[in-house]
Design a protein around this ligand. Structure first.
Ligand code: NAD
Length: 442
């Protein structure tokens, strides 16, 4: 069966997938809770509903996106009509991480199917309950030659990477991203790499500190800080620091209560390995709020850390957990010293009422994407490309761009035969003057 050819078949299966996700929504939410106590609210907002919205948008727009796109022809080719045809790549491999395990496996898969590809999805082995539901839904809707879900860890991933693919879409850490890129290079396979980084959150002296604290606490501690675009560290103007810390403390308590371990709204660390990694980053004497840990339950409280040492363990790699270091700067130039110590991040946030300052920050530094006066929410606009730059990733997706990501853009000139301008053909004789004139008009 050739799954690549029929647009109506793609639409039909996507509608079936939509119905299945709606039917299984409670099961997905429960699986996410079993895997790492993801709160139901966050599961709906960032996983099930996100995927449902993406699916509806894809089903609605698929015919339009797939249609050959007419572009303005070149005068050199007169008379012609020129088009971009969207062609599926063929066999696509999608490797997903554990932190948004449903959304980050399903959204690329939906786009790859919409674009007419055959797909293999490998969800993360660290969220086995969610991975099992993903597999169940995929097996229910798709023929195994069309979309297959292969569960497993490193060995399975390596086996899959040893095969030849027409496109690889990977979401995960920069270190594994390099392994993926190397494997893809063997066959010159195009890749999208959705990776991570150390995302700065800059706050100047004009910022609305109270609102900034609220928005940062939400963006940092949603999913217990295990979000690729969560603020990694705060860089605040020195004179504002103590005020801001007070606001942060208030907002954390407002959101998760006096004891966040009892809050149903605060997720857990994914496993003991990551818990140990994070616990090892906490230097007790630097903790100004939180700091409680419980290895039995993979719990680490929302924790504020006063950090002055760029050489500390905490400031070496992406934190990816509920630890928030707070650094300060005196002069604007100090910001550069901190940011340029790291590879280009996936996100950057700036809180300021000074438009000149925020504009300068967002244009001066290279990063995947971000917000002025908010955190994380740029992810939610399907019209904004989502992806990193440099070590935080290659390529971008979301909305229509996801469909384009999984489509080869084939350029076609449809030439008419009623006229054949002789200018381009040899012998060139004295045609140089005329061609120069034409080229000047273009
Ligand atoms: P990871 O790189 O450890 O694993 C991701 C996937 O790769 C998993 O399916 C895993 O089984 C597989 N894998 C692991 N090691 C492999 C290897 N050596 N060879 C082949 N496959 C391998 O990442 P993770 O811990 O699941 O997720 C956390 C990372 O992902 C963070 O760095 C985070 O910033 C990033 N992330 C990025 C985005 C984004 O959209 N840019 C989204 C979520 C997470």
């Amino acid at each position: 069966m050739n799954y690549k050819t029929s647009l109506s078949f793609r639409k039909e299966t996507l509608v079936q997938l939509l119905n299945a996700i709606v039917i299984h929504e409670d099961e997905i939410i429960e699986a996410l809770h079993d895997d790492f106590k993801k709160p139901a609210f966050e599961a709906v907002l960032t996983e099930t509903n996100y995927v449902i919205t993406e699916l509806k948008d894809t089903i609605k727009n698929l015919s339009k996106w797939a249609k050959p796109q007419k572009v303005f022809p070149s005068i050199l080719n007169f008379p012609s009509t020129d088009f971009i045809y969207k062609e599926p790549y063929g066999k696509v491999l999608i490797i997903a991480p554990w932190n948004y395990p449903f959304q980050l496996a399903l959204c690329p898969m939906i786009a790859a199917v919409a674009a007419g590809n055959q797909v293999v999805v490998k969800p993360s082995e660290l969220t086995p309950k969610t991975s099992a539901v993903i597999r169940k839904i995929i097996e229910k809707i798709f023929h195994i030659n069309h979309v297959e879900c292969i569960e497993g860890g490193l060995e399975v991933s390596q086996k899959l990477l040893a095969e030849r693919w027409d496109y690889i879409f990977f979401t995960g850490s920069p270190s594994v991203g390099k392994i993926i890129a190397k494997a893809a290079a063997e066959n010159l396979t195009p890749v999208t790499l959705e990776l991570g980084g150390k995302n700065p959150c800059i706050i100047d002296e004009t910022a609305n500190l109270k609102l900034a604290a609220k928005r940062i606490v939400w963006g940092k501690f949603i999913n217990a800080g295990q979000t690729c675009i969560a603020p990694d560290y705060i860089l605040i103007q020195k004179d504002m620091k103590s005020h801001f810390i007070a606001y942060l403390k208030t907002e954390i308590t407002k959101a998760y209560g006096e004891n966040p371990a009892l809050s149903p709204d605060f997720a857990r660390i994914i496993n003991t390995k990551n818990w140990l990694r994070l616990a090892n980053l906490i230097e007790e004497e630097k903790v100004i709020f939180g700091g409680q840990t419980d290895i039995e339950n993979n719990y680490i409280a929302p924790t504020l850390i006063e950090e002055n040492d760029m050489e500390s363990l905490l400031m070496q790699e992406e934190i990816f957990g509920p630890l928030l270091p707070i650094l300060s700067y005196e002069k604007e130039e100090d910001i550069k010293t901190v940011i340029s110590k790291f590879e280009k991040p996936l996100a950057l946030y700036v809180f300021s009422e000074n438009k000149r300052f925020s504009e300068k920050i967002i244009t001066q530094y290279s990063f995947g994407g971000g917000c002025i006066n908010d955190t994380v929410v740029h992810f939610s606009n399907k019209r904004l490309p989502f992806g990193g730059v440099g070590h935080s990733g290659i390529g971008a997706y979301h909305g229509r761009l996801s469909f384009d990501t999984f489509s080869h853009k084939k350029s076609i000139v449809k030439k008419a035969n009623w006229l054949d301008i002789p200018l381009r053909y040899a012998p060139y004789n004295d045609k140089l003057k005329s061609i120069k004139k034409i080229l000047k008009w273009m």
